[in-house]
Design a protein around this ligand. Structure first.
Ligand SMILES: [Zn+2]
Length: 310
């Protein structure tokens, strides 16, 4: 049959002019992770998220950390039959207040994401999505009706990086971020800083200005450390000083919650109150050691801290 063709993601098949998903209710991995691992720092700190993925991605990042499943086709990995109701039941069983669609690209399994999120919402469990933001307006609008929060990997702030390192484009991702804001979706941004490719101070500044002007200065931005992986084994890990420079640049542009990631014990893992400058959430790595946010406010000065706290 000539008409059976798959999209670049490898998980959708054209059968006589109609597209079918091959991965609904068939995750290849399910784990219980701290929500800090996603990372979300302003969503239910210190709790666990039942985290799952099916194979598939719509980008081809040369630094992908999960390429064994993200770049695999469904028949190349083992999957577990798990209907949306089963996912919610598992989250309940583990007392996880959140379900995270993560590891690969949830956009390519968005029907499954939607069904999980709709089911979990009824049960009072939040489904969150960790995505590259490469999604059209309409499916995004649908997802926003049921999701609890979204983390977007903003891979760089140049089109060249997207083109050469990811086989993608920057513009659709920025558009998704603007749409998330319009939908009122709680969003955090992660930038994996890779030596020589997207580590310039000017780039961090430009990115921060975009966040400030188009999304708002309360959107948390995490600058995380790269470790050599997949097709970028030739590059070194990101120097901590480079991450610190990015954090300072973003703060100088007015962002209020800027974090360093993948450097356990770094002071910029903590949340500092923008009002009284006190540390209000103390973290080391993926652990929350102290949380001084009470009913969404700083316990010291009562300033409202943006995020989802309960
Ligand atoms: Zn305060």
């Amino acid at each position: 049959m000539d008409d059976i063709e798959r999209g670049a993601c490898g998980v959708r098949e054209n059968r006589g002019g109609e597209y079918f998903t091959l991965v609904h209710s068939r995750p290849c991995t399910v784990h219980l992770d701290p929500i800090e691992k996603k990372p979300f720092f302003h969503v239910l700190p210190g709790t666990e998220a039942l985290s799952l993925a099916t194979p598939g991605c719509n980008l081809e990042c040369r630094f992908c950390q999960n390429w064994e499943i993200a770049q695999a086709r469904p028949e190349q990995v083992r999957s577990i039959p798990l209907a949306p109701a089963d996912v919610v039941a598992a989250a309940r069983r583990h007392k996880a207040p959140a379900i995270a669609c993560t590891y690969t690209e949830p956009v390519v399994w968005s029907e499954y994401v939607y069904d999980i999120a709709a089911e979990s919402k009824k049960a009072g469990i939040r489904t969150v999505m960790v995505s590259n933001g490469y999604i059209e307006a309409e499916p995004l609008a649908d997802l926003c009706k049921v999701l609890g929060a979204v983390k977007i990997d903003l891979k760089a702030y140049t089109d060249g990086f997207y083109k050469n390192q990811c086989r993608g484009e920057l513009k659709p991702v920025l558009e998704t971020l603007r749409r998330l804001r319009k939908h009122g979706m709680w969003t955090e941004i992660v930038v994996l800083v890779i030596p020589t490719l997207n580590d310039g101070e000017q780039e961090a500044r430009a990115l921060a200005r975009f966040v400030r002007d188009d999304l708002g200065r309360d959107v948390p931005v995490h600058f995380t450390r790269f470790h050599p992986s997949y097709r970028l084994m030739n590059l070194p890990a990101t120097p901590v000083a480079t991450l610190e420079r990015a954090v300072q640049a973003a703060q100088a542009e007015g962002l209020r919650f800027v974090y360093v990631g993948n450097v356990p014990g770094h002071p910029s893992e903590n949340t500092w109150c923008p009002g009284c400058r006190t540390m209000i959430v103390r973290r080391i790595g993926l652990s929350v050691l102290e949380n001084r946010i009470t009913r969404g406010r700083c316990s010291y000065c009562s300033l409202e801290i943006p995020g989802i706290w309960a």
